[in-house]
Design a protein. Structure first.
Length: 303
């Protein structure tokens, strides 16, 4: 069943978008792309652009990184609306949704090891569904999925679908170490912040059906999605702190933004070279064309 989401132009002034960095390191070129694309998409539609700090994994988040990211965004003149939402302040909300899913009989404990799941090709086989591990320590909480086909229309990449049972399996909502999983937190907060348009990296494309599945059971609306290309290094790995991506040098913000615009398929005129950031961003807001953002895979057109 095709579910076609409305393009940004239909959202008008009610557009609410967001950028949701994890403070595991300063912004690098890859995260600048996500920030800039979500910013331009929102601002070119006179939309709201919110900022959410996805700080749910303290061991991976060096102290002060959130502030570095905020300073970088400010230096790049990407100004957000309202207060920054910190996921670390939202634990009771995640707990409540998890309880709701548990009360509906949709959750179970799982103590399977990582190597076992890896040996299954990372598609969970439902091994612990009926084992009834109780409140065992050192177990994760997973959500039972069904075999329905979840399809959505990515506004850049085209139609994408998964059957969760075959492609992912029952997935984790709360990890063994007690931390809430990204999939749960992101869905709860996108709904809480009334986000209706999500522009983010292509590496999250295959998380989207899980998020839509959760939205449906929790009774939340599904935003429209657009996934932009992620930058890889020479080894084909996504740029990330682990792979030594250089932090953005905001002293030459104009150059970085021009480069990012080109990477996003926009065509800033040469005359903008050497211009002030403000001028470049004005041009970019006026000329933002999401259809020009490169498509990565040969995904079918949306029906
Ligand atoms: N926090 C996630 C990341 O930095 C992004 C989450 C999202 O945009 O849905 O990769
Ligand atoms: Zn298990």
């Amino acid at each position: 069943m095709a579910e076609v989401n409305s393009p940004a132009s239909n959202l008008g002034n009610n557009y609410i978008g967001r950028f949701a960095p994890s403070p595991t390191g300063p912004l690098h070129f890859g995260s600048l792309l996500a920030a800039l694309a979500s910013y331009l998409d929102a601002r070119s539609s006179n939309g709201t652009w919110l900022l959410r700090m996805e700080d749910l994994d303290p061991p991976r988040e060096p102290a002060g990184t959130d502030q570095i990211i905020l300073d970088q965004l400010q230096a790049l003149e990407l100004s957000w609306d309202g207060e920054v939402l910190y996921q670390s302040s939202r634990l009771p909300a995640y707990e409540e949704c998890l309880q709701q899913l548990t009360d509906s009989g949709l959750c179970f404990r799982c103590d399977c090891s990582r190597p076992r799941i890896k040996s299954l090709g990372s598609v969970y086989d439902g091994h612990c569904r009926d084992r009834d591990l109780g409140e065992t320590r050192n177990s994760a909480i997973r959500l039972r999925v069904d075999n329905s086909q979840i399809e959505f229309c990515d506004q850049i990449q085209g139609a994408y679908s998964q059957r969760l049972i075959e492609d992912v399996g029952d997935f984790i909502l709360r990890r063994k170490d007690g931390l809430f999983a990204y999939q749960l937190a992101v869905v709860v907060d996108d709904a809480f912040q009334n986000i209706n348009r999500i522009v983010r990296g292509y590496d999250l494309l295959d998380s989207t059906p899980r998020q839509i599945y959760l939205q449906r059971i929790l009774g939340f609306p599904t935003p429209s999605y657009a996934h932009i290309p992620v930058v890889t290094n020479e080894q084909g790995q996504k740029l990330s702190k682990q792979h030594f991506a250089e932090p953005i040098d905001t002293r030459n913000g104009s150059e970085q933004v021009l480069l990012a615009l080109k990477f996003l398929g926009q065509q800033p005129p040469d005359s903008l070279r050497g211009s002030k950031l403000k001028t470049i961003l004005e041009w970019a807001r006026e000329h933002w064309d999401i259809q020009a953002v490169p498509k990565l895979a040969n995904m079918p057109l949306c029906s």
